[in-house]
Structure formats: structure tokens, C-alpha cells
Design a binder for this molecule. Sequence first.
Ligand code: ZN
Length: 346
Amino acid sequence: MRKIFLSGLLFAVILGSGYFFAQNFFSPKVAEAESGLVKYNGKIQHIFVHSLIIYPEKAQSDTDNATGYRDNMITVKQFETIIQELYDNNFILINSQSLYSFNANGKIKQNTLYLPKGKRPLILSLDDLSYYPYMKNGGFANKLVLDNGIVKTEVITPEGKKTITNDGDAVPIVDEFVKEHPDFSQDGAKGIIALTGFQGILGYRTQLKNAQGDVERASVLPVVDALKKTGWIFASHSFTHNQVFLRETISTAELAKDISKWKAQVESLVGPTNIFVGPFGEVFKEGDSRRQQLIDAGFNVFYGVGLDGYFKFFSDHFVMNRIDIDGYRLTHNPKTLFRMFGISMK
Ligand SMILES: [Zn+2]
């Protein structure tokens, strides 16, 4: 990010232009003629999922959490069906960072999007990819691991056997799908991985202060690196995901502490990011000093939650709502999901 920005500055100076367009610094006509891409003016969709349920019967039998799993998650089977439907309906995964450019003064500008003819842009994000300890008996994967350099899922079967699979969560499923259908992704883009830090990341207990913490932190780095090389980008999902975000009562001091913990314990592993994926969809209202606090800390792209299609560029930041693809939406808004995405779940 920082590197791109710096080289962008150089280009901007050389070209004498205020903005550097990482994707489209050549003229639009050249872009269309030489690349076969066309200017896209329609709606840009953004969906997100949580970790996928591999064993639904385990999720249902985990009585403490079964309701949460039912409302907030979907199964591997459902996700595989949805991905196929999105592809069949001409969606293409795009890099969310191609939507905007920042100039040297931190002013943001919306970029023109160029897509293969007939394609509809889709941003995918994955929230809470931590494999929280409470999910241990819920029928989810255990962690993301590398298998011959490829990111896969470590899964404990109901019989207690540890296996490595390529369909235990969204990351390997999307990777595999794009491998089979390269036209489902623009330039290899996959999605945004939104991480908290209070229970570590990606199934590694990187928050631990002891020697085990050192092992976990060292072990996750190659996985992070492999994800970055395969089209995934990282975002902050707050460090704590505390209920004070949901209630919107978080104080300036608490937010400052949350930000500094995320930077110390998560940014130190995944690298800097300007993306803040609001916990519980909380991105604070326009003019709220806490949004400004996040901007001052380097987060100037905000993703909330909502069916309303909220998409707004401010002078120095950008806010977009995302649609949760989960049990709640599939049950309560099937017609909306069909109309917007062709998701029918038949
Ligand atoms: Zn979350």
C-alpha cells in the first residue's frame, strides 16, 4: 500500500497530475481498445460472509451458539452454491482498492472502473477470520494452513481426526473456484479479510504473551504472505469487537486503545491497511469524531453493513455498506438476494 502510494507520488510529479491512478493511468480510450475492457457505470456490490460451517449437525448441537451460527453463518455447501450462482450471473471479483485513489494531501477520488464486457463487479469480504476458540465445537475449520505453499483449511473431523482440506472455508473455496474459472476474478483479486486481534488471527493465538505466542506469530506469517500473494488483502475489524461498538458508546480513549492494540498485534503481522470493516457494521456517522479518530489513525475506507446500497465518497474517506450473506438474510430476504445477485439456493 505504502509502496504503491510512493511510486504513485513519483508518477504524479512526473506527469504533473494531482492524482495517480494505479489501475488506469493510461487514457480510457487506450484502456478500452487494448485491454478489451469497457467502462462500468452500474452498481458495485459488496457481500461478506463469516467462517463457513463444515458440519451443520455439530453447529446445531452446540446449544450455546447454535442460534448465532444459524443467523450469522452459512454452510460450505450453501457458499459453494452461492459462488456458482454469482459466477453464472456474470459477477466478477474485483480488488476493492481499484475503486479509489488518494492524492498527496489525502484527498480521495473515485476511479473509473473498467471491466470485461458484460461483467458485474463484486467485492467479497470475510469477517472475523479468527476461528475463535468458542467455535471449536461448532463444526468449523480450525485454522488456515499452508500445504505445499497453498492456503488450505485444517479441519478436525467429528471423529477427532485432523485433516487438511481445500474446502473448509471461504479462502480455499474461492481460490479453487478462481483457478477453475479465471474470469470470476479481475487480475486475480479475491477479497478482503477483516481481522480482530483479541483471540489472534486465522486460527493462530497470536495474542498470547508467552512462548507459545511467539510460535503462533512465527507460524502465521507464511500464511499471511501466501494470502497476500493470491489476491487477498487485509482490513481491521477492530481489535476487540467489543459490544461498545454495537451500542455506539465506545469512548475516544477506548477507541484509541483498540486502534493501538490492533496496530501492535495485528498490523505487525499483516502489514498496514487503510480499510476499517466496522465491528457489528459500526463505522460511525458522518461528522462523528470517532470516525475522524479512525481517519487520523490511517483508516480512510469504511465498510459497514446494510441492504441500502450506501456508497459515498467524502473529501478524505469513503464509506460503503456491505450485504451479509448468512442464515438471517437467506431466511428473511431471499427475494432481495435473488433480485440483486441471482442467489436462489435451489
Ligand atoms: Zn464481526
